[in-house]
Design a protein around this ligand. Structure first.
Ligand code: MG
Length: 396
């Protein structure tokens, strides 16, 4: 009859045969950088942290040609009359817009009113290109005026300021009435201006602000708004008043009486912020604990699917302790570690030598757990393992 310890060791041997070193590459081992803490659910350089989604990039626009949106963009206008169907009249609710599509652009028809997207949009990366009428007429706010209204209530100004001064907080790419742009990087009228916006709406909870919201704007690749705090919905002559925003709203383009043209309009939805339950950015202690528990549960479920008492299953279970302490799991890990060490001591010198790589890996993993006080340094199996490793000089 083969003892459990030897069976365990045999399991380890067969595992080694299956997975030539390194056997842990696929397990997302966190036994590397500093461990998770109160505000970081993942270890430093944690392989369990989800990979960024793959996005196929688009192409940049030139004066003649609109660029191609990235693969995950929601396209609101692509130059076709068909895509004008993504928009509706704002004045006559539900009615088709009277703006027209021609020469690859959608053009404001003065007095027809704002146009609004049928799609409701919240936090986003927004791309818009606009061109002022070729014959520059009027001055100050009267020349080539339109506007990009985020969620229908926050205007990033559209204005032909090419050789046309106006009040600073009403310039092209101003957060209208609130924050002037950092520069005037406009091309002449008739040429398309390429506008890129990162919009994070204000977030309130129980009437209190948890994130005031920010907007970042580029015009033709030049920074206009640098993470500008949102003061509230924009207005003419009125001071913005802070307050809750809806979660989503239509994108509106302004009819200010000038036939401004737009092309290549698309957006990408942004991931949920930490204050709303997302996992990027500074996390609260409670949110971190909840996330760590969820990661640990996933790893334990994974370990439970593994084939019995193998080295990989033991390490996977031990790995879960990095994220969340759990008495039953700790006991199981200790039991398996005891059996693992017993299995090693039952091996011949040659048999043990053949497992040098794996033993070192297991030792390093448990040393990691000791270093971050996840398991005690003085447990019997830990001391035995340390002694075995040191006696062979494998700790060097
Ligand atoms: Mg305007």
């Amino acid at each position: 009859m083969v003892s459990p310890a030897v069976r365990f060791a045999l399991g380890a041997v067969s595992l080694l045969a299956t997975f030539a070193a390194p056997i842990f590459a696929s397990t997302g081992s966190p036994f590397y950088g500093d461990a998770p803490d109160q505000n970081h659910p993942w270890a430093v350089h944690d392989q369990n942290r989800p990979q960024p989604p793959v996005v196929t990039p688009g192409t940049f626009s030139s004066a003649d040609q609109p660029g191609k949106p990235p693969s995950d963009a929601v396209v609101l206008f692509d130059g076709t009359a068909e895509s004008l169907g993504n928009w509706a009249s704002d004045k006559n609710e539900g009615a088709p817009t009277q703006w027209i599509a021609r020469d690859g652009a959608m053009e404001c028809v003065p007095k027809s009113g704002y146009v609004r997207s049928k799609q409701l949009i919240g936090d986003c990366q927004l791309h818009v290109e606009w061109a002022a009428p070729v014959k520059a007429q009027g001055d100050s706010q009267g020349r080539g005026n339109s506007g990009i209204f985020l969620m229908g209530i926050y205007e990033i100004q559209v204005l032909d300021n090419y050789n046309n001064p106006t009040y600073a907080d009403g310039f092209a790419c101003a957060a209208y009435g609130s924050s002037p742009p950092l520069a005037n990087a406009l091309r002449p009228p008739g040429e398309f201006q390429v506008i890129d916006i990162v919009f994070r709406r204000p977030v309130y909870r129980d009437g209190k602000v948890v994130d005031p919201g920010y907007v970042t704007v580029f015009c033709n690749g030049v920074l206009m708004q640098d993470h500008t705090q949102i003061e509230g919905p924009t207005g003419h002559k009125t001071r913005a008043v802070a307050g809750p925003f809806p979660d989503k709203g239509p994108l509106k383009l302004q009819d200010h009486g000038n036939p401004v043209r737009y092309r290549n309009i698309w957006y990408r939805e942004l991931p949920v912020r930490a204050v709303e339950g997302g996992t990027d950015g500074p996390l609260s202690v409670e949110a971190t604990a909840a996330k760590r528990a969820a990661i640990a549960a996933g790893i334990r479920a994974d370990a439970a699917k593994m084939d019995g008492k193998t080295t990989a299953a033991m390490l996977r279970l031990a790995e879960s302790l990095v994220y969340e302490q759990d008495a039953a799991t700790l006991e199981q890990v200790k039991t398996w570690q005891t059996q693992y060490v017993a299995g090693l001591t039952a091996l011949s010198a040659d048999g043990l030598k053949a497992q040098e790589g794996e033993v070192k890996t297991v030792f390093r993993a448990f040393q990691y757990l000791v270093k971050f006080k996840i398991i005690p340094a003085d447990s019997a199996p830990q001391q035995e393992l340390a002694q075995l490793v040191k006696s062979r000089g494998w700790d060097k």
